[in-house]
Write a protein of this length. Structure first.
Length: 439
């Protein structure tokens, strides 16, 4: 019986081995097919290609980032117009919107792409930032794709091929290795070491004119390809937005921190972020005080050593500094912003309802504990200026105190009296009154 079992087991092993040998070519073929498929996906869905998320901006707030699609109302309307145009019942007679030299925040435009550089995408669409599209704009979009000979699917717009409400002026984020190389290139341009480059490489960008409270931003929207970029390409992109800085970013940061050391107690800095430079073309604005029609703004960011004690931190976790400069003069610290983190479980409504008197008393205590200003300044009156509610339903109050040189704004949760944000504005540079979160 035992011998019979051994013979049976031997035959099972033989059959299993034979089966493996028979199936091995199929397995190898399957693996080869999977590898070929992976290679194809690397081209079209690489680490450099943005994810194709598509939330409706009327439903999901993406915190000021691009809304890369038509709204549901616009989708319904464009499909009606598309059918009417195909049936000859509607036609577009306006100007072409293909490859415009510049685009404003209210424009619709279509830019042609090299699909080999953009994971198969042939076009990139700009939609109006913050307004509903008119029928004329929807028809212009349809006409552009008809002119290009592309069968346009309105549902196909996403992060890979569309921008709306473009606070991020590029088709994608740089990967870490690219950003390291870009930082070195930018430093050379700002120092004056690098002013031009001789290369056969070409890059694509378009002037993006954005309406701001102070006037207009004129910047370049940069079409970063969905693959690793060469140093020559990074340099060409950098030269479009960067120029020589008369004052280095290190000097600007040192000046701001030196000024702050005499104004406010801060946690130790744990990490420094980059410093950006923006040229502001002032228009009819209610933010800045300046006799110049142009200002240069520098923004520096820092992470602070912070410990959460409870659901809301008593100390800030990040610091942002804003310097302003009249062309030809020296940059001056004009505003700082401090952000206090809180856990996702925090709900201000869980605390007993507070009063305006208690909120003002909490602001006074915060000033005594944190500000290094003269005693006479600390005795100035705090007022509740406005009330806001965050996305979790937590009510926040804005308390403001003015000293001869500074306006101090605290955003405080109404019941717990914990801080959400502190902003300090130079009264030399900023108009008085409601500023919300502007800098």
């Amino acid at each position: 019986m035992i011998r019979h079992m051994n013979i049976l087991c031997s035959w099972k092993r033989i059959l299993a081995t034979a089966l493996v040998l028979v199936l091995l070519p199929c397995c190898v073929l399957a693996e080869s097919t999977a590898e070929n498929k992976a290679e194809t996906e690397t081209i079209y869905y690489s680490l450099y290609t943005p994810e194709a998320a598509a939330e409706d901006p009327e439903v999901n707030d993406r915190d000021g980032f691009s809304y890369p699609r038509l709204t549901n109302l616009e989708l319904a309307r464009i499909k009606e117009l598309q059918a009417a145009m195909k049936n000859g019942k509607a036609a577009y007679s306006g100007p072409s919107i293909i490859n415009l030299p510049s685009v404003e925040s209210s424009d619709v435009a279509v830019y042609t792409l090299n699909p080999e550089d953009f994971s198969g995408e042939t076009c990139y669409v700009f939609l109006p930032d913050s307004r509903a599209m008119s029928d004329a704009q929807l028809m212009a979009l349809l006409a552009a794709f008809e002119e290009l000979g592309i069968d346009f699917d309105p549902d196909s717009l996403n992060d890979r091929n569309c921008c709306r409400h473009c606070n991020i002026l590029e088709t994608r984020y740089l990967r870490a290795a690219e950003q390291d190389r870009m930082d070195k290139i930018v430093a050379q341009i700002r120092s004056g070491e690098l002013k031009s480059i001789s290369t056969d490489a070409k890059v694509m960008s378009v002037e993006k004119i954005t309406h701001r409270t102070w006037g207009y931003d004129h910047k370049h929207f940069q079409f970063y390809p969905y693959r690793s970029m060469t140093d020559e390409e990074l340099t060409l992109f950098a030269l479009e937005n960067e120029s020589i800085w008369e004052t280095s970013s290190e000097e600007i940061k040192a000046d701001g921190l030196q000024t702050l050391s005499k104004m406010i107690r801060l946690p130790q800095i744990s990490n420094e972020e980059g410093c950006s430079r923006t040229e502001l073309n002032l228009g009819n604005h209610d933010l800045y005080i300046s006799d110049s029609d142009k200002l240069i703004k520098y923004e520096s960011s820092f992470f602070l050593k912070n410990r959460m004690n409870g659901s809301v931190s008593k100390t800030p976790s990040t610091l942002e500094m804003y310097h302003l400069q009249v062309p030809g003069a020296q940059p001056e610290l004009a505003c700082i912003a401090l952000f206090y983190p809180y856990s996702g479980s925090f709900m201000d409504n869980d605390y007993p309802e507070s009063t305006e008197k208690a909120q003002i008393a909490a602001a006074q205590k915060w000033a005594q504990d944190n500000l290094l200003l003269p005693d006479a300044d600390l005795q100035q009156e705090w007022i509740v200026q406005t009330i806001d509610t965050d996305m979790n339903g937590n009510k926040k109050v804005q308390l403001v105190m003015n000293t001869p040189d500074w306006e101090i704004d605290l955003w405080m949760y109404a019941n717990s009296l914990d801080l959400y944000e502190c902003r300090i504005y130079s009264r030399k540079w900023y108009d008085p009154g409601q500023k919300w979160f502007w800098s």
